[in-house]
Design a protein around this ligand. Structure first.
Ligand SMILES: [Zn+2]
Length: 290
């Protein structure tokens, strides 16, 4: 099936993407086609003991935050603007509860995400951040205003990067000039995830450390019962890679090793963090995943 094809070719696509893909724009778009393609699948990897307890199989859905322009004079040759790529947030749902993976940059993006989660009718228990880049957690405080009982968690090494990104210097020199007046003035920093598993109605959601990908100490969230990997920025889909933190061969080898690690988990679906393509139908989008 297309998911598997996409995963098998992932490293090749990753390397070709590294050579450069133009930035384009996209609109806010929950990727329901991807979700539909998964909702129809049986939970074939569920163990006998899990079946005996008749846990509700998990499902997932993806929200794509709208692409917004970043204010900068550092433009590629021939370009007049620098759109920040759309960023995916993934909602993993059980019968009643749900876990959200990553939140976008601005208050407006995060409010749209919160509305989307609210419309799911699920009880949001946890927000998980895959890595410490601001464009994957600055929106968490806005989502938490809507879901105050949810916990916001990340691995300790991720939290270190978060603190750097949310520092007054980083905000003053990088983030606020690019998105003036759009980022929450009350950023939330995650609390430490105890262990490496988030429990969702008896299912394990496993935090997998991936080392250096587009920054240090990145992770993915792996859901064995449905073969899902939420990759954060360890995987890009149709978006030029953020390579400025990995200018040397060793760091890029580490990124490739992270892809190998995800591939070794034999996922049925991998959700890339940055992605532009809104699906024309499920198969179209699955073929482009990663
Ligand atoms: Zn990143």
């Amino acid at each position: 099936m297309r998911f598997e094809e996409a995963i098998v070719t992932s490293r090749r696509e990753f390397l070709s993407n590294a050579l450069g893909t133009a930035l384009v724009t996209a609109s806010t778009w929950p990727i329901r086609a991807e979700a539909r393609s998964m909702h129809g699948q049986s939970d074939s990897s569920t163990s006998n003991s899990e079946r005996a307890t008749q846990k509700t199989p998990l499902s997932w859905d993806v929200f794509l935050a709208v692409s917004i322009p970043a204010i900068t004079s550092d433009l590629p040759p021939g370009e007049k603007e620098r759109p920040w790529p759309p960023i995916s947030s993934t909602l993993i749902s059980g019968e009643r509860d749900a876990v959200l993976v990553d939140t976008p940059i601005t208050v407006e993006q995060a409010r749209a995400l919160a509305n989307w989660v609210l419309a799911s009718g699920k009880n949001l228990t946890t927000i998980y951040a895959t890595h410490g880049h601001g464009d994957h957690f600055f929106g968490a405080s806005t989502v938490l205003e809507r879901f105050p009982s949810a916990r916001f968690v990340a691995r300790p090494d991720v939290i270190k990067v978060m603190r750097q990104q949310a520092s007054p210097k980083s905000l003053a020199t990088f983030w606020n000039p690019r998105f003036p007046g759009q980022i929450s003035s009350h950023l939330a920093i995650a609390e430490e995830l105890a262990g490496n598993v988030i429990n969702l109605e008896g299912h394990d959601l496993v935090s997998v450390p991936l080392g250096f990908t587009d920054t240090a100490s990145t992770t993915c969230l792996y859901v064995p019962s449905i073969g899902l990997i939420v990759a954060g920025d360890a995987a890009y889909n149709g978006v030029h890679l953020h390579l400025s933190e990995s200018p040397d061969r060793q760091k890029r080898q580490e990124w490739i090793a992270a892809l190998d690690k995800m591939e070794s988990l034999k996922p049925r679906a991998v959700i890339a963090g940055p992605r532009f393509r809104a699906p024309r139908n499920a198969d179209d989008d699955c073929a482009g995943t990663i």
